[in-house]
Write a protein that binds this ligand. Structure first.
Ligand code: GLN
Length: 242
């Protein structure tokens, strides 16, 4: 596409796309198009090479075995690390988030290397999975309203000194270490445990990714009434559990 303004990569839809996470790609694509941007969306299956010159890379969640396969292929490919060196933005969810860190525990119970793009380390949680609606306050430097999402994970994630918590939870587990943090970010790499899909529930995060990619401070306003109704419903679900 000669006049593309935004190149968006959806990483490994065949392995990492649980709980509707592919919706994140639809939301970024749609919100960019609403601003008159020409978007090239590239869905990269796990037997294909990761392009290294795109603007935004989205990675979803997955069960433990696909997570291990995805990590192996992403390490071998090396494209995401090169893309970040080129200034790309990465937004990763759950299994994808764990893979962005230094290591996680795989389906065989072994410690498996991640890509080291975020200063986080994941291990196995206790007997209880972290499942349910979540509400949190996003790092104020990002200028975003409260985070709403749905979590379903066994792994727990510890932040190292150079990773910032994406949010502090009011309800739910988030990183699951008991320190009240949820997700992590550093510079242009973001990770979260939130499904939903999270960008449908938090469209201003999608706008933030687009702003980072275009290197602009603001985008034209769009009609967010539908999103606001969804957010209100899910925030109520998080704060008034049945
Ligand atoms: N397999 C990982 C865990 O249970 C991630 C799950 C997910 O992506 N929903 O922690």
């Amino acid at each position: 596409m000669a006049d593309t303004n935004l190149r968006l990569v959806w990483v490994y839809p065949d392995l990492l796309s649980t709980y509707g996470d592919q919706g994140n790609a639809l939301v970024v694509e749609r919100r960019a198009q609403q601003r008159g941007l020409a978007v090239e969306r590239i869905d990269v299956r796990s037997d294909q090479a990761i392009p290294t010159s795109a603007d935004i890379y989205l990675i979803g969640g997955g069960e433990d075995r696909p997570q291990r396969l995805a990590a192996e292929r992403l390490r071998r490919d090396g494209g995401l690390n090169r893309a970040v060196d080129n200034g790309a933005i990465i937004f990763s969810v759950c299994a994808g988030y764990q893979i962005m860190g230094h290591e996680f525990v795989n389906d065989l119970g072994e410690r498996e290397a991640g890509l080291g793009l975020l200063d986080v380390t994941s291990g196995r949680g206790g007997a209880e999975r972290c499942v349910g609606d979540v509400l949190g306050d996003i790092d104020s430097r990002l200028g975003l309203p409260q985070l709403t999402g749905f979590e379903n994970h066994q792994g727990v994630t510890q932040l190292g000194p150079t990773a910032q918590p994406l949010a502090r939870v009011r309800f739910g587990h988030g990183n699951g270490t008991g320190d009240g943090t949820e997700g992590a970010w550093n510079d242009t790499v973001f990770g979260t445990y939130m499904h939903g899909p999270v960008l449908a529930r938090n469209p201003l995060i999608a706008d933030l990714l687009i702003k980072f990619a275009l290197d602009v401070n603001a985008l034209p306003a769009v009609d967010d009434r539908w999103y606001e109704a969804l957010r209100a419903e899910r925030i109520a679900a998080a704060t008034q559990p049945a």
